[in-house]
Every structure is written in C-alpha cells, then in structure tokens.
Write a protein that binds this ligand. Structure first.
Ligand code: DX5
Ligand code: ZN
Length: 213
C-alpha cells in the first residue's frame, strides 16, 4: 500500500490547524513535519512547539523529519510534541546508535535519512533496527525543488536491502514528488511519498493526494 505524507513546509502557516484538518479529511496516512535548524541545512523552519499545536488536528501519523545537526539533544522535545516516527540524517553530528536507542526507548518509530550524495550503504549497519528509510530526492533545505531522477538506483538498492532483511521497513522519498515522479518512485520500490508544493494550495486535497497513489 502506498502511504502519502504531505509536507507542512508548503502549508499556509497562518492557518496550520485548518490545513492539518483538511489533510486529515483527505485521508492521507501521515503528516510530514520538516524541522530545520539553519545549521545542518541553510534554512530555518519551525520546531516542536509549533507542530505540538496541531497534534489535535490530525488523526494519522506525525512523520517528523529532522534536518538538524544534533538530533540527540532534542529527542525528548520531539516526542513530547507528538511525533510518531522520527527520522534523522545519517550525516548528522549526533551518535547514530545512541539516537536510535533514545527514540526507541521513548516507544516511537525511527528512521534514517540519506542526502543525495550519501550512498545506500551508510544505513546498512542500522537497517534491521529501523522502521523507515528516507531517501532525499532533492538537497534538503527547501521545498519546491526539482526531483532528482538519479536517486532512483539508490531507492532500488534500498528496496532490495529491505526485502532481503525480511523486516517491515517503509521506504520513503522526499522532494519534487508529483503525479509523474511518484510513479517512478513507486516503480523503484518506494512505498511512502512525501509531497509539499504538489499538494498544498490545490483546490481538492483528496483528489491531489489520490493522484499520487
Ligand atoms: C526538503 C524537505 C521536504 C520538502 C518537500 O528539505 O525535506 O519535505 O518540504 O517539498 P516539495 O514536495 O515541494 O519538494
Ligand atoms: Zn522532509
């Protein structure tokens, strides 16, 4: 089954609660929450206090994507704010194993994210402990960028690694996903699609989300 995770980075920030309720009504499985610290990536977005406010407005999974240098320092805050799954970058400065352990000890799901230049092999030592692997199909930091087709061999390789592990691990793609690129991602083995600019701002969120499935 394909799961859709709209990125609230592209939502109307002056109306976040309504945006979350509208996505809930559209029947999407997850809400993708992009936390940026202006250090790991060149942009600053929002933190735990902001998405905590809309936890009540969405009944599905809060898929929190941390683009921050030191995720380990903030896991408690992200858990308290209502994250269901926390994904963090394998390129970050925190100890990867300690961060995985902390998220799991809080009873939450955990995923690792790969920037475009990072090979699939970087997650291999941790794969069996993960609930999700997220492949960036743009350089992280901004919404509305063009899809990087050359990430597809990596998606395929990760799908093969996941299948060989025999574990239930979601394979998510993030960046430049629209109705056309979604098909390509799914054909290469992705089962969770993040989409920001393609979904928010559309007249009919359900029709837009369904066009990705
Ligand atoms: C980029 C973020 C993405 C972004 C996707 O750094 O991780 O989640 O919001 O936006 P679109 O779908 O517009 O490329
Ligand atoms: Zn993201």
């Amino acid at each position: 089954m394909i799961k859709i995770s709209p990125s609230i980075l592209a939502a109307d920030f002056s109306n976040l609660g309504q945006e979350a309720r509208d996505m809930d009504a559209a029947g999407v499985e997850m809400l993708h929450i992009d936390v940026m610290d202006g250090h790991f990536v060149p942009n600053i977005s929002f933190g735990a206090p902001v998405y905590k406010m809309i936890r009540k407005d969405f009944s599905g999974i809060f898929d929190v994507h941390l683009m921050i240098s030191e995720p380990l320092r903030y896991i408690d805050d992200f858990v308290k704010a209502g994250a269901d799954i926390i994904t963090f970058h394998v390129e970050c400065d925190s100890d990867i194993q300690a961060t995985i352990d902390k998220i799991k000890a809080a009873g939450k799901k955990v995923g690792l994210v790969l920037k475009p230049k990072t090979p699939a092999s970087a997650v291999k030592p941790y794969l069996e402990q993960l609930d999700m692997v997220l492949v960036m199909t743009v350089e992280p930091g901004f919404g509305g960028q063009s899809f990087m087709h050359d990430m597809m061999p990596k998606v395929k390789e990760l799908r093969e690694m996941i299948d060989a592990s025999g574990k239930e691990i979601d394979l998510e793609v993030d960046g430049g996903v629209n109705a056309e690129t979604a098909k390509i991602c799914v054909a290469n083995g992705a089962n969770v699609l993040v989409a920001g600019s393609y979904l928010f701002g559309k007249e009919d969120y359900k029709a837009a989300a369904d066009s990705l499935r």
